[in-house]
Design a protein around this ligand. Structure first.
Ligand SMILES: Nc1ncnc2c1ncn2[C@@H]1O[C@H](COP(=O)(O)OP(=O)(O)O)[C@@H](O)[C@H]1O
Ligand SMILES: [Mg+2]
Length: 493
């Protein structure tokens, strides 16, 4: 199995296991591959540049020789001198030139002694160049090493005749080859060294970069439920990681707040449930302490039943809120005339308002119909009117009004009562929030009314808003979509 197959199998297994290599090895693999490509590329360029350079030097020398030979050939006297000279000088020294002159039929007119064995005519690729420029080539022989060759044309003087001739010149470049081989080794050594050093430095550098990430992971792992909001320090982190940690801190702060709210809610719920339960048990205990008349038993049982109903009401409201907040409640929407319901509610509270000396009135645009859950709608408005009456002293007024507002039914319950302090206004929709917490729950006033109303409005995709000025009064506005003029919804107003 080849290395490539092994690598491919490793990646496949990782994929199958749903895992990926660590960030460190991924970065290192890519970094290593790029480093190898870059160093390899540079070495290749350097190596081929050197080959081109040596060839160019060889070619210059060959051409110089060629020009000399070509200049000598037409003169018989000089030619003979040169041939003699060739034997004595050029054979010596590391760089040998071999020169051969061929006649028209390929007959050898002259050649450096020993050239037939060292550089036979077959070594030269082009026997008679058709171009005026000489042709250069590299020729490699199995036994005699490597040559750089030149083939060019010339004129051979034979008495009065001028014969067209071909000049073949070869120079032994085996020595260059040795230099190149040494250069190859040097380059390979430098390349391997650079890659190993680069990878090593990369390994440490990546480890350094990732250290804060591991630190953050540890800190998140060690987070305690009671310290959810404790932020993770970002000092000395890179910008990206600091951003991640900031987002994490912000999310944990929100979670901590929600968690604290839930704990508070659970505390409150337990506390509020205990009150009617205690009342019920107390009634029953007292009744059982000694034998009593049937009337006394009846009264005790009736009181216990009343406490039981309070308990049931509370549990039902809590269940309703829980279901609404997870949108598990099915809306039973039906069209109805808003006017009828509001008139009923105002009628229901009239007696109480009169007794409290508060003027309760209704102001309505005629003919508003709404497609909504009638029972829930009624419950929402009752909560608001009951709050308004509860918090308005003698001589004040409560006005319930309804009108169309951009396709929504807008219902406003406004009173001239005690108002709510601005610092409390943000919390009135919280479950169990009561401004007069110390007074204890009286008549089921446990601070769930406004949260229930808000839940009902939101279940209908509506909006609720409260405005209040301490000492001047409060106004709660509900906007419910799905409103229309009565006839269109088939409701007689
Ligand atoms: N119309 C109002 N005027 C003044 N305070 C109000 C009014 N409506 C609500 N509040 C304040 O908001 C708190 C929460 O109201 P609510 O959720 O209906 O609970 P509850 O009526 O059980 O106290 C009340 O305890 C009261 O302090
Ligand atoms: Mg209330």
């Amino acid at each position: 199995m080849s290395f490539g197959n092994v690598a491919l199998n490793i990646v496949r297994n990782w994929r199958a296991a749903g895992k990926l290599p660590s960030l460190r090895s991924q970065v290192l693999i890519w970094f290593g591959a790029s480093l190898i490509a870059a160093v390899g590329g540079v070495c290749m360029v350097l190596y081929f540049a050197l080959i081109a350079q040596t060839n160019s030097i060889d070619d210059q020398l060959l051409e110089k020789k060629y020009e000399t030979v070509r200049g000598l050939l037409p003169d018989e006297g000089e030619r003979e001198f040169w041939i003699g000279h060739e034997v004595s000088e050029d054979m010596v020294g590391p760089r040998r030139f071999f020169v051969r002159v061929l006649g028209p039929g390929g007959a050898v007119l002259a050649e450096t002694p020993g050239m037939a064995e060292t550089a036979p005519a077959g070594l030269f690729r082009n026997r008679s160049p058709s171009t005026p420029r000489p042709i250069f080539a590299t020729a490699r022989t199995a036994q005699r090493g490597q040559f750089r060759t030149l083939v060019g044309s010339a004129v051979w003087a034979d008495g009065a005749r001028s014969i067209p001739a071909t000049v073949q010149i070869a120079t032994d470049t085996s020595l260059d080859d040795g230099v190149l081989a040494a250069y190859r080794w040097t380059l390979a050594f430098i390349a391997v060294g650079a890659v190993v050093l680069g990878l090593g430095a990369g390994w440490f550098w990546i480890a350094r970069l990732l250290r804060p990430l591991e630190h953050v992971t540890d800190q998140i792992g060690a987070l305690d439920l009671n310290q959810l909001g404790k932020p993770i320090e970002t000092v000395g982190f890179s910008r990206e990681l600091a951003r991640l940690v900031h987002q994490h801190n912000a999310m944990m702060a929100r979670l901590a707040q929600t968690y604290a709210g839930l704990q508070h809610y659970a505390d409150n719920a337990a506390h509020e449930l205990r009150t009617p339960l205690n009342k019920m048990l107390l009634e029953l205990d007292i009744a059982l302490r000694q034998s009593r008349s049937p009337e006394e038993y009846r009264e005790a049982l009736s009181n216990a039943a009343q406490a039981g109903r309070e308990l049931k009401g509370l549990v039902e409201r809590l269940l309703f809120l829980a279901r609404v907040s997870t949108r598990q409640t099915a809306l039973q929407a039906e069209p109805f005339a808003v006017g009828d319901i509001l008139a009923n509610i105002v009628g229901y509270f009239e007696g109480a308002a009169e007794e409290a000396g508060v003027a309760l009135s209704l102001q309505m645009e005629q003919g508003i119909a709404l497609s909504a859950d009638r029972v829930l709608f009624q419950r929402a408005i009752v909560n608001l009117v009951s709050n308004a009456l509860d918090h308005t002293a003698k001589g004040g007024s409560v006005v319930v009004s309804a009108r169309m507002n951009h396709g929504d039914a807008r219902i406003v319950v406004r009173d001239t009562g005690e108002g709510i302090a601005s610092e409390d206004l943000g919390r009135v929709f919280d479950r169990f929030y009561r401004s007069d917490h110390v007074r204890g729950a009286i008549g089921g006033h446990v601070g769930l009314g406004l949260s229930l109303t808000k839940a009902i409005v939101e279940l209908h995709d509506g909006r609720i808003a409260i405005e209040s000025t301490l000492g001047c009064g409060t106004s709660v506005t509900i906007d419910l979509p799905g409103a229309a003029v009565a006839e269109r919804l088939g409701v007689v107003a």
